[in-house]
Design a protein around this ligand. Structure first.
Ligand code: AMP
Length: 471
């Protein structure tokens, strides 16, 4: 069964049946109009239905499950200090730490006027820092699967009163091999519960997972299955692997102060590329699984604050990143999994804004490109990249168009190079790994509970009127 989108036009949050406490928090967040996934999902979750929701990050999917969950838990809110009065009633599982942190931040924002407690637990930080808050009792737990099982083993959490389970970015959880962990967790939950599954793509594995754990689900979708975001302009630049770096650097220069998220296939390439770009005076940093949680959060925060212009990331590290108004995604390398392409370009063009996604494709990667085009059922515009000559690359500001088609237009535009980065690093030593980027600003570190402070919101709210609804 699926939802009739036409009946959901022009809804507002109050008409979705949300409680005044939640409406107040939404108003304070500057949200005036529900996004399509929110209009569709909120009433269904309130009715207690299981959901299979096709929506990627950037569509407002977090509020689509967080708001009705909080509303359903309102009758259980208790001011008692006794942990027994605050059992885990809603469990939200996410594939990555970054997404877990963001989801819990949202839950906390919406629960501002509601006496319900939330907490995020994820790996990569000392488990002991999470235990005291867990012991005080919390109603909404956001967790990555591995760390949740660690807590179960240490008996610091009980899951026998979970009424609602959310699998967020379920496709990525499967990609990351979390199926065995998920099965173990599902076995610990009461059989009688509501299940909500969110996924950007619908592979056969996802459909099987949905069959296994959802009961008579309703399908809600805000984008066609496996479709790439409509408002993202996609381009392919054909270029030999060894020339990719020069072309990337040129694109970044031509892009001026505007920020870009750059995807690579491996942690090693991510680190190397960031270092190379830094040496060339481009404010870049890397985010990948080998960095500590604090380093990852610092790099992400510096990026969000605009202190770095190019964030180089692996798929795993970038999963679920919520960066308002990110104008450009660059695929430095294509992933062998075509679904990753959809996820990657979904980082831009969010909440109705427009974005651009450029993929640098070597001859060896043409096979991946074919798979991607098959998945998104669309051909992407292709052009040959022009590799900047070496001597033309050295002085910053001597921009050469990196792509034939763009040349004339770009050459006539003023460049914004100077404002975008610190001066180039002079030394050639390889101490980059020992000296992670340390921003000068106020970077939130996890406190005892693993919580971070709320991030400032961009102008997303203003853009949501522009969101397109599709069936
Ligand atoms: P999500 O898809 O849940 O990661 O949300 C994407 C972004 O949209 C986040 O920054 C949210 O804070 C924001 N957002 C979610 N719902 C709304 C809404 N109804 N109005 C304005 N902004 C929203």
């Amino acid at each position: 069964m699926s939802v009739d989108n036409n009946k959901l036009e022009n809804s507002n949050f109050a008409s979705l049946g949300l409680a005044p406490e939640l409406l107040k928090a939404l108003e304070e967040s500057g949200y005036t109009t529900p996004t399509p996934i929110q209009s569709q999902a909120i009433p269904l979750v309130l009715q207690g239905r299981d959901l299979m929701a096709g929506a990627q990050t950037g569509t407002g999917k977090t509020a689509a499950f967080a708001l009705p969950i909080l509303q359903k838990l309102l009758p259980f809110a208790s001011s008692s200090a006794s942990p027994a009065r605050h059992p885990v009633r809603a469990l939200i599982l996410t594939p990555t730490r970054e997404l877990a942190i963001q989801v819990e931040e949202s839950v906390r924002t919406y629960a501002k006027h509601v006496p319900l407690r939330s907490l995020v637990v994820f790996g990569g930080v000392d488990i002991k820092t999470q235990t005291p808050t867990l012991r005080t009792g919390i109603e909404v737990l956001v967790a990555t699967p591995g760390r949740l099982l660690d807590h179960v083993e240490q008996r610091t959490v009980q899951l026998n009163q979970v009424q609602i389970l959310v699998l967020d970015e379920a496709d990525r959880m499967l990609d990351m091999g979390f199926m065995p962990d998920l099965k173990r967790i599902l076995a610990l939950l009461p059989k009688q519960r509501q299940n909500l599954m969110f996924s950007a793509t619908f592979s056969n594995d996802i459909k099987r997972l949905a069959d296994d754990f959802l009961t008579n689900p309703i399908l809600v979708e805000v984008a066609r299955s496996n479709a790439a975001a409509e408002n993202v302009e996609q381009k392919i630049y054909r270029v030999a692997q060894h020339d990719k770096h020069a072309v990337l650097a040129q694109i970044l220069r031509d892009n001026g102060d505007s920020q870009a998220l750059v995807f690579t296939k491996t942690k090693l390439t991510t680190a190397r590329l960031a270092r190379q770009l830094q040496r060339e005076g481009i404010a870049a940093d890397a985010i990948h699984g080998d960095k500590t949680q604090l380093e990852r959060m610092q790099a992400l925060e510096a990026f969000k604050q605009g202190k770095i212009t190019a964030l180089i990331a692996t798929d795993v590290a970038a999963r679920g990143l919520d960066i308002d108004q990110l104008p450009m995604v660059i695929n430095y390398e294509l992933s062998s999994a075509p679904e990753d392409y959809v996820h990657r370009i979904g980082r831009t063009g969010r909440a109705g804004a427009s974005g651009i996604a450029i993929s640098l494709v070597s001859p060896e990667e043409e096979k991946y490109l074919k798979e991607i085009e098959k998945l998104i059922k669309r051909e992407i515009a292709k052009q040959d990249a022009i590799v900047p000559e070496k001597e033309a690359r050295a002085p910053r500001g001597s921009s050469r168009a990196s792509v034939k088609e763009d040349r004339e237009e770009k050459e006539s535009k003023p460049r914004g190079h100077t404002a975008r980065s610190s001066s180039p690093k002079k030394k050639s030593g390889d101490d980059w790994f020992d000296k992670p980027y340390v921003p000068t600003g106020n970077i939130p570190a996890p406190d005892q509970s693993g919580r971070t402070s709320s991030k400032p919101k961009g102008e997303v709210a203003a853009l949501l009127g522009g969101l397109r609804r599709q069936s």
